[in-house]
Design a protein around this ligand. Structure first.
Ligand code: PEP
Ligand code: MG
Length: 545
């Protein structure tokens, strides 16, 4: 039995079998000189056959789960793997340099991916990541590594060094019982995704963790304390099962709060909304009885794809969310790509300081066509429910005005095309830069509401990159500066008759619920699994005392 301690990204318990996600990348491939090139080429051909068979299998699975359009990428991968130029480049390296096939694949991967990256067409640029993907698959087959996309059978606990948001969204959640990573930070989007999905997760388990666990090992996860045991002994296992039982009892008590009002003892009603990353989270929102959706991180629609989602594709998604929530509010946050949420096909330059870089509204204002496509889809879907729009990363008055004026253009275009949309759609902004909080009195008259993004507000106010685990003790979201900025933002909004919510992770911190309500916060938007705990906290508060 081995014990590890990390940070709980989502408080819940899990017991299951480990699945070690060993992400083969070509940087780990060593160059080995070989004598028998024929033998090496036969090994290569066998690995290619195995990789093609894997792709067939994944294609069939994807067809059932995500339909023809979603599955198409695996057909493209097959074609690329069979491409004459790519394959003969690998063969030639083996023959001429007399080196191992893994190394030859990694050379081809680098040269073909950089060739695609340097093309003008953004579609072709995006193929660079496909080259890397198929090459890694081929290398994995040569090395007989386990694959991430064929997690089958009983649900598993994913153990990885780290997970990018794009990887987390593409994993098949129905087969995942927990996430464990040696790196990572609590406020990273991967941790947020785990919370949204209600999956127990512990991050920052340290470098030794991965070498101490292998696929198939029994693992216990205590997301409340950050404790993990690998191969627990009988005694530990019994204690853990008792803990699970108690946790379930606690959860069923919370379930009694479904259908109850989110109001304090003295009658102040609070809008208690949920944060989502996509349609897959709707079930959890409805199950946990959220009063609405306070943050739909729409960029995940872009992260899940290999090319820009069309207006129609987005429309279908927003329509589905609007319809599922009926009369309840759904706030769609416009594209917040950049920083840790990178999408290859956007062709963004690498940055020294991505968190302080080109992201969110900054990209949308520079690429009005991209922005308008999303806005058109939202406006069109607005007649199917109760949608609102909000812009991320606003720092200046001119940015809010520019975004609003693009909305006006979109409305005028739809009108002239005879397309209907909800006339009373509310438009708000996120307050997640200190600048926006400080000038919130000037921003309030422009919009219908504010939603405070405490994750970014904390990172920018305290100068702590939210991705950097070393900074967690400095990035204290309870810091007076953050609470004062929230307080000032609420005052500014109310002075102008606007409502204000909090949609960052701090909204689910029940030690602050009373303080937020005393400040006058009107809405709290939390991961679906935190709706009922926060409702419980609200219902125990008496503001008249
Ligand atoms: C925030 O910054 O608090 C927020 C809600 O947005 P995100 O976490 O997606 O950056
Ligand atoms: Mg943010």
């Amino acid at each position: 039995m081995k014990r590890f301690k990390g940070k709980g990204a989502y408080g819940a318990l899990a017991l299951g079998k480990a699945f070690v996600l060993d992400k083969t990348d070509d940087t780990k491939v060593r160059r080995v000189r070989i004598d028998d090139t024929h033998k090496e080429l036969r090994r290569l051909e066998k690995a290619r056959g195995a990789a093609l068979a894997e792709l067939d299998e994944i294609y069939e699975k994807a067809l059932l789960e995500v339909g023809q359009t979603g599955a198409q990428i695996f057909e493209i991968h097959k074609m690329m793997l069979e491409d004459e130029d790519y394959y003969s480049a690998i063969e030639n390296t083996v023959k001429i340099q007399m080196v191992n096939a893994e190394y030859a694949v990694s050379v081809a991967s680098k040269s073909f991916s950089s060739m695609f990256e340097n093309m003008d067409d953004s579609y072709m640029q995006a193929r660079a990541s496909d080259i890397i993907d198929i090459s890694n698959r081929l290398i994995s087959c040569l090395m007989n590594k386990e694959k991430t996309d064929i997690i089958q059978g009983e649900p598993v606990i994913i153990c990885a060094r780290d997970l990018a948001p794009s990887e987390t969204v593409t994993l098949d959640k129905s087969n995942i019982r927990g996430f464990l990573t040696s790196c990572g930070s609590v406020n990273s989007h991967t941790s947020i995704l785990a919370r949204n999905m209600g999956i127990p997760a512990i991050i920052g388990l340290g470098e030794d963790f991965l070498s101490s666990v292998k696929s198939g090992d029994t693992v216990t996860i205590n997301g409340y304390t950050g404790e993990v045991t690998v191969c627990p002994d009988e005694n530990e296992l019994d204690n853990f099962k008792m803990l699970i039982k108690k946790d379930e009892e606690k959860k069923s008590l919370l379930e009694a709060l479904r259908g109850k009002e989110s109001a304090t003892i003295d009658g102040k009603a609070v809008k208690l909304y949920a944060n989502i990353g996509g349609v897959n989270d709707l079930g959890a929102v409805l199950y946990n009885d959220a009063d609405g959706i306070g943050l739909f991180r729409s960029e995940f629609i872009y992260l899940e794809k290999d090319t820009y989602p069309t207006e129609q594709e987005q429309f279908e998604i927003y329509k589905r969310v609007a319809e599922s929530m009926g009369k309840r509010t759904v706030i769609i946050r416009t594209l917040d790509i950049g920083a840790d949420k990178q999408v290859e096909y956007f062709g963004l330059e690498r940055e020294e300081n991505p968190a302080l870089g080109y992201r969110a509204i900054r990209i949308c204002l520079d690429r009005p066509k991209l922005f308008k496509t999303q806005l058109r889809a939202i406006f069109r879907a607005s007649v199917f429910g109760n949608l609102s729009i909000m812009f991320p990363m606003i720092a200046s008055v001119w940015e809010a005005k520019a975004a609003l004026s693009i909305c006006d253009e979109v409305k005028a275009e739809l009108q002239s095309e005879g397309i209907i949309y909800a006339r009373d759609i509310e438009i708000g902004i996120m307050i997640e830069t200190p600048a926006a909080a400080i000038i919130s009195d000037e921003l309030a008259p422009l919009v219908d509401f504010f939603s405070i993004g405490t994750n970014d507000l904390t990172q920018y106010t305290l100068a702590c990159d939210r991705q950097n685990p070393l900074l967690e003790k400095y990035a204290a979201p309870h810091h007076k500066s953050i609470l004062r900025l929230i307080d000032y933002t609420v005052k500014s909004a109310h002075k102008h008759g606007k409502w204000v919510g909090i949609c960052g992770e701090l909204a689910s911190d029940t030690t602050l619920t009373e303080e937020f309500l005393k400040m006058g916060v009107d809405e709290l938007s939390v991961s679906p699994s935190y709706v009922l705990p926060v409702r419980k906290a609200i219902r125990e508060i008496d503001l008249s005392k």
